[in-house]
Design a protein around this ligand. Structure first.
Ligand SMILES: Cc1cc2nc3c(=O)[nH]c(=O)nc-3n(C[C@H](O)[C@H](O)[C@H](O)COP(=O)(O)O)c2cc1C
Length: 260
């Protein structure tokens, strides 16, 4: 990993490219690892007055289970989000959530490793996301979150090389919002567990679109690069919206989209 980053910087290739309506990244899943997370990050996180959901990546089912075993008796962790957009290295390299059978089997195994709520995070880079979401739901996932990044490419016309050192990368930000909403609609119409909506959310308006389409909660990713206060700003704005429109529970809006 570090060698790749060094070579990337020597060749002048980037890990992030800003595009007119989104961002392309090849950050990968660089992180401090589970031991340092427990010793260095968790104590601070516990002091915050909020739920803690730990996002877990792995290249095999054994890695997911091993990380959960390390975390499960730590105080303060409320749920796990399983990043199934990781390549399943031991079984051909396809992302876990690009195959319904793999999603089913791996979710079932991880389910046995913990009593805590499990959120299976889905890739949009599939043909029928409902099949993958159903496989997660039927094998112990308490909720699904979607979408992870779309595969994208940006080309430097002078060098005729990709801007990212990895070639393609993960596309995120405002441009992917309509794709995310369409995927959420598909899952909401076909699967009966809560959906956490993700994809280009930067405002109260965006959030309401996700909730009306069927999301019970949302996540904010790329918008934090522009304004790290986006989450709290949206939370305050939603309260204001509910007061102005006489809505007593935001939950009453979930899945109220009229299609005809
Ligand atoms: C720089 C960057 C790093 C990310 N790292 C992770 C990660 O570690 N695990 C994960 O499940 N998703 C990761 N994602 C995907 C986001 O959580 C999110 O699903 C996606 O970017 C779409 O939302 P957004 O448009 O609000 O960014 C990352 C996205 C970006 C841009």
């Amino acid at each position: 990993m570090y060698l790749c980053l060094l070579l990337a910087s020597l060749w002048g290739h980037s890990r992030i490219v800003e595009l007119p309506a989104g961002m392309l990244n090849s950050i990968g899943l660089a992180n401090v690892g589970v031991a340092s997370f427990i010793s260095d990050k968790l104590p601070f996180l516990r002091e915050l007055n909020t739920a803690i959901i730990v996002n877990i990546a792995g290249s095999s089912v054994d890695e997911f289970v091993a990380v959960i075993r390390r975390l499960d008796d730590q105080k303060g962790i409320d749920a796990y989000e399983l990043n199934f957009s990781c390549p399943n290295v031991k079984e051909g390299g396809l992302e876990f959530s690009q195959d319904a059978q793999v999603t089913a089997r791996v979710t079932a195994i991880i389910r046995k490793a913990t009593q805590k709520p499990l959120i299976t995070k889905l890739t949009p880079n599939v043909t029928r996301i409902r099949d993958i979401a159903r496989a997660a739901a039927e094998n112990g996932a308490d909720a699904v979150s979607l979408i992870n990044t779309l595969v994208g490419l940006s080309v430097n016309i002078d060098t005729r090389r990709p801007h990212l050192y990895t070639g393609t990368g993960g596309y995120s930000g405002p441009a992917i919002k309509p794709v995310a909403l369409a995927k959420i609609l598909e899952v909401a119409r076909n699967v009966d567990i809560p959906i956490i909506g993700i994809g280009g959310i930067a405002s109260v308006q965006d959030t309401l679109e996700f909730i009306i389409t069927g999301a019970c909660a949302v996540q904010v990713g790329t918008a934090n690069f522009i304004d790290p206060g986006t989450g709290p700003r949206i939370a305050a704005g939603l309260q204001q919206y509910c007061q102005t429109n006489n809505i007593s529970r935001l939950a009453d809006l979930v899945g109220t989209l009229q299609l005809s």
